[in-house]
Design a protein around this ligand. Sequence first.
Ligand SMILES: Nc1ncnc2c1ncn2[C@@H]1O[C@H](COP(=O)(O)OP(=O)(O)O)[C@@H](O)[C@H]1O
Ligand SMILES: [Mg+2]
Length: 395
Amino acid sequence: MPQKPMLVLGLMSGTSADGIDAALAHISGAPPHLHAKLLSHASFKFPPALRKEILRVAEQQPISAGELSQLNFRLGRIYADATLAACKKFRIAPRRIDLIGNHGQTIFHQGAPVSYLGAPTSSTLQIGEGSVIAARTGITTVSDFRPADIALGGQGAPLVPFADYVLYRHPKLGRVSLNIGGIANITVIPAGARPEEVFAFDTGPGNMLIDALVQHFTHGRQRFDKSGHLAMKGKIIEAFYKELRTDPYLRIPPPKSTGREYYGQVFFEKVLALGRKYHARPNDVIRAATSFTAGSIVDALKRFVFPRHKIDQLIISGGGARNAFVCALIAGWLTADNVRILYSKKFRIPVDAKEAFAFAILAYETFHQRPANLPSATGARRPAILGKISYAPPG
Ligand SMILES: Nc1ncnc2c1ncn2[C@@H]1O[C@H](COP(=O)(O)OP(=O)(O)O)[C@@H](O)[C@H]1O
Ligand SMILES: [Mg+2]
């Protein structure tokens, strides 16, 4: 059945809590002939006070039900304002946009069930009220994508693999899509793969640990290690790096997902303590964390991917793609593996727009009542139609 093309705005704010990436996409057709083209993208920083509160809450510091409710609506407004600002930047009237797909801000993610009040429970919470976005922008909004997958026994993550499959599958080339955000994750798309052959998982920290260390050592003057310059100036302390690599997460077989609950404050403090143990200077600690990030990605590829599939290309996206040192370490450690390293830009997807673009695609699928989780990636029992729809006010 032919389907009316749609203009969809994807909004992404990841675990780095740096702000919102917005991607406007023209999407038509239906899988396996879904066509998605990225038209423009923009990024917006969170106001500092909001960022601080998000990080505090995501680190599982106490918050009252009232504050959580307020934060949900406040964030909804921030996403709406980002949408309107993006429209202005793209010179497009909001009424011309058919749909918004908003990932929302993750403040809690427990993908695997744990005992809670006497019953095994997994759950996830992405906030940023969709009704507020729809009302303020006049654009129907899909939000809250992850719970439907968890409700079917999945981890609720990763969800981007569906978009990776749409965008990157190739009849002859085996490809891995690597997104380096706060957390780093990969999607493995073997040559000529069917959707059920795609698998994906979080490899470990992306920028999260590096960001936390840089902010700590610069007393908040720098938020991240631009291009990896600080790490590059650090000295390698082998024993320090080796001890970091004993992290048990790296050995857990996929599917697996992680977040700030694990690689946030607690892990950061562990790394600081190790730094003291090995008499490391600040840049040495940043270097160790940077090597650990790159090393955990390479390790995941060598341990869980290369033995099973021939991979020809690694396609990197996310803010971490701008950390030249992380990327150089990855490239260096993969030289013997015959994997060509590319950036998503090569596919006309700017590195900062990739995940927002993915949520535009997921929202389009939801709007058409089609599933967009890949059970092989999330562990769900069945495909699920993801998200909740907040309709634009009539008239
Ligand atoms: N020029 C740069 N050099 C190094 N790292 C960068 C640069 N620009 C962005 N980053 C990193 O990218 C992060 C944001 O990446 P992003 O993909 O938005 O992650 P998330 O999805 O977790 O929000 C920043 O916190 C920072 O660590
Ligand atoms: Mg971000």
